[in-house]
Write a protein that binds this ligand. Structure first.
Ligand code: KG4
Ligand code: ZN
Length: 356
């Protein structure tokens, strides 16, 4: 459902190398808007984090997230344009994350983007959140071009992908149950560290020794490159509960270090196998967990040993942001993909495999 004029403007984006796109992101607890030129040059990247609001609940409360997106988004969009020194009329398109994520939270961004695109009479581009995370690497490393392999590790996903072209994604493997970020968050809660768990577990792990074996036998890389984090997560919870029942002290730092080592060792070995199978010589990291120093270090070592390079964005482009959404939209539009109408709806789950 889009008018002929919008379609024509969208067609023009195929050849517009310096297209300026407003990105909007609201899939979880960051309200974000950004303006990006040519898919790589960030003119502004505004993020209003709700971390403080959700901290007292120990995690994201979906309804609270939606309400706060509604409150924050208009000012965040205004600030993105102001910082970029761009007027709404100078935008070539509006891009929005339509999934996957928390449905109520996504709906706020999708509704705002629809209204904005309609008001300025510009195309609306629907972006898959996971694909946007990968696109953050085009911003941080402008010389990057496909093909490459990718590891997306966030609060909702742990995926290994082969990216043969800008709009060609193939799944190589990933978690069968919990995402790695989810496991980090659960471990943090279990040992009493504040939300968000990942960065706090990382900090605490530096002070501990990885001297606890949560499993009797080390786990090996699975033939189908699948991963599982629910077992490890439960093992940590049981370990802590047993100590509590005995009235013993909880060795928080050692638990964080041991969990991190176990989680990351298997992931880096599985990712290495994925790179080998894909035949690519580069692995790009994406998603919130990609800001973890231990993960980066483990993969860099594997890369050195196995002859592939490892790239990752700075932490601000690893966790949720809208610059990655605008960048992803640019590369979709260049191939004539992603044009959405005012009937665009949010989706909590999107089966993986390419653009819209
Ligand atoms: O990509 P993201 O901002 O949101 C989702 O799409 O889920 O990722 C958030 C996740 C959270 O689970 C958070 O604990 C984790 O990324 N995370 C980390 C680190 N920074 C964020 N996990 C481990 N180490 C970190 N330094
Ligand atoms: Zn994300």
């Amino acid at each position: 459902m889009y008018c002929e004029n919008t379609k024509k403007q969208f067609e023009l984006l195929r050849n517009k190398k310096d297209a300026v796109i407003l990105g909007i992101e609201s899939s979880c607890d960051e309200t974000a808007a950004a303006v990006v030129r040519g898919g790589k040059v960030v003119l502004s990247n505004i993020i209003a984090s709700q971390i403080e609001i959700h901290r007292r609940f120990g995690g994201v409360v979906p309804e609270v997230a939606s309400r706060n997106h509604t409150l924050a988004l208009p000012a965040v969009i205004d600030e993105a344009l102001k910082t970029a020194n761009i007027t709404a009329r100078e935008l070539d398109a509006v891009a929005v994350t339509y999934g996957a994520g928390l449905i109520g939270a996504l709906l706020v961004g999708v509704s705002a983007a629809k209204a904005y695109a309609y008001a300025i009479n510009k195309p609306l581009i629907a972006v898959n959140h996971i694909e946007a995370h990968v696109a953050a690497n085009y911003i941080s490393e402008p010389s990057l071009t496909p093909p490459f392999a990718a590891l997306v590790a966030s609060g909702g996903h742990t995926l290994l992908l082969d990216i043969s072209d800008y709009n060609e994604y193939k799944m190589l493997g990933g978690t069968l149950d919990d995402a790695l970020g989810e496991a980090f968050d659960k471990v943090a809660r279990t040992v009493g560290l504040p939300y968000p768990g990942g960065p706090n577990v990382e900090k605490m792990a530096k002070e501990g020794n990885a001297n606890i074996a949560f499993f009797k036998h080390a786990k090996g890389v699975r033939g189908d490159l699948s991963l599982s984090y629910s077992g490890l997560k439960t093992a940590v919870v049981n370990y802590v509960n047993t100590l509590k029942q005995k009235g013993e002290e909880i060795p928080t730092a050692d638990i964080c270090a041991s969990f991190t080592k176990e989680a990351i060792e298997l992931l880096s070995k599985t990712a290495t196998e994925a790179v080998k199978r894909s035949g690519r010589n580069r692995l790009v990291l994406a998603g919130g967990v990609a800001s973890n120093g231990d993960l980066r270090c483990a993969l860099a070592k594997e890369g050195e040993k196995n002859g592939f390079s490892v790239l990752y964005p700075p932490p601000v482009l690893c966790t949720d942001n809208a610059a990655m959404v605008a960048s992803r939209a640019f590369f979709m539009a260049r191939d004539g993909k992603g044009l959405a109408g005012l009937d665009l709806n949010a989706k909590s789950h999107i089966p993986f495999g390419g653009g819209k």
